[in-house]
Design a protein. Structure first.
Length: 108
């Protein structure tokens, strides 16, 4: 029982702690993602046709400048693997998975 609990907590800590924040910035929208142990992060927003935008690590967060749109969907690629962060709003994608929804005025 104890091993199962420790395993569950480890999974939550490693994969469930992706904090997501968006702020308007000159030239677009700054997206910041807190991801444990990531070595490379790319953001794929619908606002540019889902073309990957490399994020740069700064103080424990991965930051990318995205094209601004009032509403768009997005997902991440973390160390070469597709990843949907812990966001408030999601929708099904065309491939049976889920992607996040950003809506202006709210941090998703």
């Amino acid at each position: 029982m104890r091993k199962a609990l420790l395993l569950a907590l480890s999974i939550i800590v490693l994969y469930g702690c992706a904090e997501v924040r968006f702020n308007k910035a000159s030239g677009g929208l700054s997206g910041a993602f807190r991801l444990s142990d990531a070595e490379r992060v790319e953001v794929y927003p619908s606002s540019n046709g889902f073309k990957g935008i490399p994020a740069e690590e700064s103080d424990g967060r991965w930051i990318a400048l995205l094209p601004y749109e009032e509403n768009f969907t997005y997902f991440l690629k973390v160390d070469g693997k597709l990843y949907t962060p812990d966001c408030d709003m999601r929708q099904r994608d065309d491939f049976g998975g889920e992607i996040c929804i950003y809506s202006d005025g709210e941090k998703k």
